[in-house]
Ligand binder design. Structure first.
Ligand SMILES: [Mg+2]
Length: 158
């Protein structure tokens, strides 16, 4: 039996009233998986935190669909979908590459991708104590909070 609360059909409210869920796109090579095949520090914890905060994780790559790589590192459960990443003319090529949404935040070692969509330009090398993905998590949660500047109770059709 399903329960439907009266009044639940109204305008949806974000979980804590000031938090906007974001579509987060991660690059793979030298962003999550480093030159030696190892996962960048904190990847799993950051993926878990993003999901817990209500964000949606996508993985894309200029060299194809990387589901297998994410499965190999036990990360597939966090990833909503996989796409081929545009390497130039980024916004226009989203359509031709079949990416059905525009990223809110990208994490990439290639600056052009970050310049195109906004996000975090991550170094392509990681020291043993690398903490860039923790900075990424902070930046995403900051954007999710500061990004919502609507007046409380305001009803905006989007
Ligand atoms: Mg890369």
């Amino acid at each position: 039996m399903t329960e439907e609360l009266p009044g639940s059909q109204g305008a949806p409210l974000p979980p804590n009233g000031s938090h906007r869920p974001l579509n987060v796109f991660f690059d793979v090579d030298n962003t999550l998986i480093m030159w030696n095949g190892k996962l960048r520090n904190h990847t799993r914890d950051v993926f878990q935190s993003l999901k817990d905060a209500g964000h949606t994780i996508y993985v894309w790559s200029g060299v194809g669909i990387r589901r297998w790589d994410m499965k190999r590192h036990n990360l597939d459960e966090f990833v909503t979908d996989y796409f081929v990443k545009p390497l130039d003319d980024h916004h226009a090529r989203l359509v031709t590459l079949g990416v059905p949404l525009t990223p809110d935040f990208v994490i990439d070692d290639h600056k052009t991708v970050v310049d195109a969509f906004g996000g975090y330009h991550i170094p392509d090398m990681a020291a043993p104590d690398d903490e860039h993905l923790l900075r990424v998590l902070e930046a995403i949660n900051e954007m999710a909070t500061l990004g919502d500047v609507e007046e409380p109770g305001e009803n905006v059709a989007v």
